[in-house]
Design a protein around this ligand. Structure first.
Ligand code: FES
Length: 111
């Protein structure tokens, strides 16, 4: 199993974000039902922790609490202003109950 182990599925709560560390990079893990998403924890607008923001489960977004930009959990793109730049998206895999996060660049994937 590749990637960095960040915990087990039960560590993550539906509709909430949690901050983890992946190879020195802060990553926000969001659980929606039994799916997990991982995006960079730093807002692209300013140095704000996205994991302290609000999850929009229906839209699969994480909203920055500072100025309200909502980032897609699937693409990292800001769906609302003022942020205009995307944040990095990470791959999440679940093996049994264990959760692993991988930087997509290392997989040769384009985020
Ligand atoms: S710091 Fe996140 S939207 Fe401004």
């Amino acid at each position: 199993m590749s990637g960095v182990r960040v915990g087990v599925l039960s560590d993550f709560t539906h509709g909430a974000a949690a901050k983890v560390n992946v190879q020195g990079v802060a990553v926000a893990i969001v659980r929606i039902d039994d799916s997990l998403y991982a995006i960079a924890d730093r807002c692209s607008h300013a140095n704000i922790s996205l994991s302290e923001g609000e999850v929009h489960c229906g839209k699969k977004e994480l909203e920055c609490w500072k100025h309200g930009s909502a980032f897609s959990l699937e693409t990292g793109a800001p769906n609302t202003f003022p942020a205009t730049q995307p944040v990095e998206v990470f791959s999440v895999s679940i093996n049994g109950d264990e959760v692993f996060v991988t930087r997509r660049a290392e997989n040769g994937e384009v985020s």
